[in-house]
Design a protein around this ligand. Structure first.
Ligand SMILES: Nc1ncnc2c1ncn2[C@@H]1O[C@H](COP(=O)(O)OP(=O)(O)OP(=O)(O)O)[C@@H](O)[C@H]1O
Length: 664
């Protein structure tokens, strides 16, 4: 057999190759030139007709131009060897193999792309006889493209195989939906299948997205061990407890809310899922399909909502308590808030109030009962920056010993018998305001330590609750006991005493500031009059009597006496009902009582003044009218003529009396 030896004009490379003629196994003979040319041009593969002996490219099709990155004209002027820079030996070996065998292929050649990069291609060559020359018909296949085509083909196969499985699942779901009203919203929801061994059989794209695992990574693996192995709080989750697996064990649909699936990155995703058993045609359970939804956002919103509702509850409870408390206070507190009095003692108190109010210093008000300690406390609160928040009063003497702690600090539900709901204590109630501890000397010793802690640190716990709470409370305490003496007797903690006694104010007994009595009496009478709408007045005699009395019950007693006097008033005359000094209200200072109190005997002048004031009051009540049923005489139970002569004798003007402002 003749052999054809390839000859390239490798002038630059000094290759010496001569040409010989060979018999080619499959000669190509062209008859229909146009059609063949068209076929050549239309090939998908890159094709080139080469004349190896002349080192010439005779023809190229468009696919070859595209692959090599040159236009046709350039390629036709390019030498074959130039396309294969530094690969001449491989090119010769390939060409020789084609000529020897008639056709040959190789991956060894990497022609240069027009952009300068080598191409990964497969060369397939066929020898071609034409007019006495041996030509080479070469096709080049882009190996990169071929690899992609293989992948696509594999994906197609996967899809072809996968589709019926999906259609089966869909059918299963349609059936289940019909039977169980399960709503199938496959698109946005994660779906995966498990076989009866618990291994994943398929995973949809939404599941891949939500879990961060690809279907490839999950399919074939025990899905519980991969992403359902642990509860959200870190407790291990045994697969025999898993509701997903339960579905193919007990054949029931399991719907679960509030569990987590673990993502590939180790983060938990809160999910709601339904695991539905799948049966084959014979009814045997072959696995389960799980449809799940990421509910993290909903859960987060729920948690926020719960926290907000709890806060609202807390505030509502607090407001309710504040409201109850204030309502009670309104009922109790009928007096105006002003401190009445001109005595030096009251002036001192007012100065002290003004001084201490703007500070946060604890104040200890001492004094006998009824001297106005609470009034002073309120005045301090009202003049402080805390006046916008409430003043909460606790009467320590009125709290049963066993309830002290709960009253002060609150309790949680079930903390003790009878604690049917959470309750906030007075400290929390007074947060931002003032806490007024009245009768502080009555606090049991064991609680004094806890009280001291709140005063020092602002911290406390509700009874039955471990959470430490913090409040900002200004404390004012009051007592009618001698606290220093209580300390000495071991009944009051010394450290607490010092803590409370930062700014002491003494509330002076009424008998030591008698000059305040007329003012106070007038003040109480005025408020009573407002209620009774009568023209009752204090006579000088009344005033004198009031001033002579010892007032063991202090201002409160005075207030009561005036109130009683207005109730008992007859014919426009107050009836001041004071116990006799020897009676049931012994004054604390017996010596003074003896010297200052005497039987209520009046001088003639006093009696005259009293009668005069009484007539004036009657005239005022009757608008100056003396006669008639609605006249002053009837009111005084006197004959009109007798009254007229008394008026004259006492020098009273009926009209002035009717319009007058004071006792004449
Ligand atoms: N200077 C005053 N001006 C006007 N009213 C006063 C004055 N002092 C006391 N009161 C009135 O007297 C009554 C008793 O006062 P308060 O309750 O403040 O006394 P207290 O010393 O706190 O008594 P207790 O120790 O019994 O609690 C209240 O109605 C109060 O308004």
């Amino acid at each position: 057999m003749l052999r054809n030896l390839v000859v390239y004009d490798f002038s630059e490379s000094n290759y010496e190759i001569s040409e010989q003629v060979v018999d080619l196994p499959v000669p190509f003979s062209a008859t229909d030139t146009d059609l063949r040319a068209e076929a050549f041009d239309g090939l998908i593969e890159a094709a080139l007709l080469l004349d190896p002996a002349a080192d010439q490219i005779l023809e190229v099709n468009p696919a070859a131009c595209a692959l090599l990155g040159y236009d046709r004209a350039t390629l036709l002027q390019t030498r074959i060897s130039a396309l294969h820079d530094r690969q001449f030996p491989a090119l010769i070996v390939f060409t020789q193999a084609v000529f020897d065998r008639g056709s040959y292929w190789t991956h060894a050649l990497t022609p240069n792309h027009g952009a300068g990069t080598p191409l990964r291609v497969e060369y397939a060559g066929r020898a071609l006889q034409s007019r006495g020359r041996t030509l080479l018909l070469l096709t080049m296949s882009d190996l990169e493209q071929r690899r992609r085509r293989h992948i696509d083909a594999a994906a197609d196969d996967y899809m072809r195989d996968g589709l019926p499985a999906w259609q089966r699942v869909e059918r299963v779901f349609e059936d289940i939906e019909r039977e169980n009203q399960l709503i199938l919203r496959a698109a946005g929801e994660g779906i995966y299948g498990v076989n009866a061994e618990g291994r994943a059989t398929f995973v949809n794209p939404a599941a891949e997205r939500m879990l961060g695992w690809s279907a490839e990574e999950l399919v074939g693996r025990s899905i519980h061990a991969v992403m359902h192995h642990t509860h959200h709080d870190g407790r291990p989750y045994a697969d025999h407890d898993c509701p997903i697996y339960a579905a193919f064990r007990d054949g029931a649909v399991h719907t679960v809310d509030g569990e987590v699936f673990w993502r590939k990155d180790g983060k938990p995703v809160w999910v709601e899922y339904t695991s539905t058993p799948i049966r084959d045609r014979s009814g045997v359970i072959v696995g389960a399909v799980v449809v799940f939804r990421d509910v993290s956002q909903r859960r987060e919103a729920d948690e926020k909502l719960h926290a907000a509702l709890a806060e609202v509850d807390r505030l509502r409870e607090r407001l309710q308590l504040e409201n109850d408390y204030l309502q009670e206070e309104i009922r109790i507190e009928t007096n105006p808030r002003g401190i009445i009095g001109q005595s030096e003692a009251i002036q001192t108190t007012l100065r002290q109030v003004k001084l201490v109010a703007p500070t946060t210093a604890a104040v200890l008000i001492t004094g006998e009962s009824g001297t106005g300690k609470e009034l002073i406390a309120r005045a301090i609160h009202d003049a402080s920056t805390r006046s916008g928040r409430p003043l909460i009063r606790v009467n320590c003497a009125a709290i049963p010993r066993e309830l002290f702690e709960s009253e002060f600090f609150g309790h949680t539900r079930g903390a003790f018998t009878g604690a049917v709901r959470d309750r906030i204590g007075r400290f929390e109630l007074a947060d931002g305001g003032t806490l007024f501890l009245d009768e502080i000397g009555e606090i049991p010793l064991e609680l004094q330590g806890k009280l001291l802690r709140v005063l020092q640190e602002g911290n406390f716990e509700r009874v039955g609750d471990e959470r430490t709470r913090n409040v900002d409370v200004r404390l004012i305490a009051a007592t009618n006991r001698d606290l220093k003496q209580e300390v000495q007797r071991g009944r009051f903690r010394e450290d607490l005493y010092f803590r409370l006694n930062v700014f002491p104010i003494e509330s002076v007994p009424l008998r030591d500031r008698r000059e305040d009595i007329p003012l106070l009496a007038q003040h109480f009478l005025a408020s009573e009059r407002r209620e009774l709408k009568s023209g009752l007045r204090l006579s000088q005699g009344d005033v004198r009597r009031l001033m002579r009395y010892e007032w063991p019950g202090n201002v409160r007693e005075l207030q009561n006496v005036i109130e009683r006097a207005t109730i008992l008033a007859q014919n426009g005359r107050l009836r001041i009902d004071l116990p006799e000094p020897s009676g049931h209200h012994p004054a604390p200072n017996a010596g003074r009582q003896k010297s200052e109190t005497r039987p209520a005997v009046m001088t003639a002048a006093e009696l005259r003044d009293l009668e005069r004031a009484n007539i004036v009051a009657a005239l005022r009540a009757c608008n100056g009218k003396v006669f008639g049923d609605d006249g002053a005489a009837a009111m005084l139970d006197l004959k009109p003529t007798t009254l007229a002569s008394r008026i004259k004798a006492l020098g009273i003007s009926a009209t002035r009396a009717a319009n007058g402002s004071a006792v004449d």
